[in-house]
Ligand binder design. Structure first.
Ligand SMILES: C[S@@+](CC[C@H](N)C(=O)[O-])C[C@H]1O[C@@H](n2cnc3c(N)ncnc32)[C@H](O)[C@@H]1O
Length: 362
């Protein structure tokens, strides 16, 4: 009999159709075995987790945010005894796979009504695994992650929704995100101007974008100025284009030039050149992509661009594909992801095509 492998994928529940469409590319026979919560599915497939992870490392998915293997599954009851059961299961099934020379951490998601907290599971399992394997716990930058997911209802009595704990170990690079379930939360900054700031922070982190020191940036659709504020924090001089107002703290900043006009008007009137272009304009994703194509003339060959592509409720795949084709006229798509902080949109990281042409000719 052919072997089956289990793993858990996480995505925004509003994008379930698009996330599940990403599975066949890495595992043609994969199918959903159990829905654990909105946007969290237990998958059964024929490819091993390391195969699936390697495929996604070289061609990252857009909608699947997190994936973790299942090496052991056990029934739970939702009360404190579960900690001992999970600890024993981890000792038997996970500890032998822990690399003693590399750091680890335990990341727990409780998708069921239980009498303990993720912290309780994390500390208990970390203690057990450190004692057996000799590996060191590093919660901030672990090299290996033990992912624990508890789902279902206690007393469901053998039906498909019985409360179950799932645990598996992986290299952190194989999880698509360093954060449990891809849930990346940032501390709230007292100077924060808008919630959109989180989108830019997450994009810079996920795509590992280093902004040039004292660079010159264009922020299209800047109002009320969250992205502009983040760019200023990273030493950029910002031209903020938006018919709307900027927060007073930015209006007084000499490193910000606010042009109260549309992006179309700005592009039509001899725009400057920039190291960085960001675009969070609220408009149809394809129209926004067309404006980015126009803006490519203003981007230095070494420059970087980031945009959010707003998606309609229907025919989202068609809009994404079309926006991508438009952008590819002038850019290489260096990354595309539906981030934790994105709503009905995804974020695209662009590099000018002429930069790549330069590099390949060298
Ligand atoms: C989601 S908000 C941007 C939030 C901003 N990134 C922040 O962090 O505060 C979208 C903005 O796009 C602007 N916008 C929509 N169409 C535009 C256009 N044609 N040109 C410039 N800005 C536009 C709107 O005025 C609105 O302020």
């Amino acid at each position: 009999m052919e072997r089956t492998f289990q793993y858990i994928i996480t995505f925004d529940a509003d994008f379930a159709d698009l996330a599940l469409e990403e599975l066949p590319a890495v595992d043609p026979e994969a199918s959903v075995e159990r829905n654990l919560a909105p946007g969290v599915e237990l998958i059964a497939g024929r490819r091993s987790f390391s195969n699936v992870a390697a495929a996604w490392r070289s061609a990252p998915p857009v909608f699947v945010r997190h994936v973790c293997p299942v090496h052991v599954a056990l029934p739970l009851s939702g009360v404190a005894d579960d900690l001992e059961r999970l600890s024993q299961a981890a000792a038997e099934a996970i500890a032998p796979q822990v690399d003693a020379l590399r750091t680890f951490s335990v990341q727990t998601r409780l998708l069921a009504d239980v009498a303990y907290k993720p912290f309780d599971v994390n500390t208990r399992l970390a203690e057990t695994l450190a004692a057996i394997s000799g590996a060191t716990v590093d919660v901030r930058r672990p090299q290996q992650v033990i992912s624990v997911v508890c789902a279902g209802s206690a007393g469901a009595g053998g039906d498909a929704d019985e409360m179950t704990g799932y645990a598996g170990i992986s290299d952190v690079r194989d999880n698509l995100s360093d954060w449990a379930g891809g849930v990346r939360r940032f501390a709230r900054d007292p100077n924060q101007v808008s919630r959109s700031e989180f989108k830019l922070l997450e994009a810079l982190e996920v795509f590992q974008i280093e902004l040039p020191p004292r660079g010159v940036a264009l922020d299209l659709g800047a109002s009320p100025g969250g992205w502009t504020r983040i760019l200023r924090e990273r030493e950029q001089y910002v031209t903020a284009v938006d018919p709307g107002s900027l927060h007073p703290s930015l209006a007084a900043d000499r490193g910000v030039r606010h042009l109260r006009m549309t992006a179309e008007a700005y592009m039509a009137d001899d725009p400057d050149r920039f190291d960085v272009i960001v675009n969070d304009m609220r408009m149809d994703g394809r129209d926004s992509a067309r404006l980015m194509v126009q803006a490519a003339d203003c981007l230095y060959p070494h420059g970087v661009a980031l945009m959010t592509v707003k998606l309609p409720e229907r025919k989202r795949r068609a809009v994404i594909d079309h926006a991508q084709r438009i952008l590819e006229e002038r850019y290489v798509i260096a990354g595309m992801r539906q981030l934790f902080h994105n709503r009905s949109e995804l974020t695209v990281y662009l590099q000018p095509k002429d930069r790549r042409d330069d590099e390949t000719q060298r």
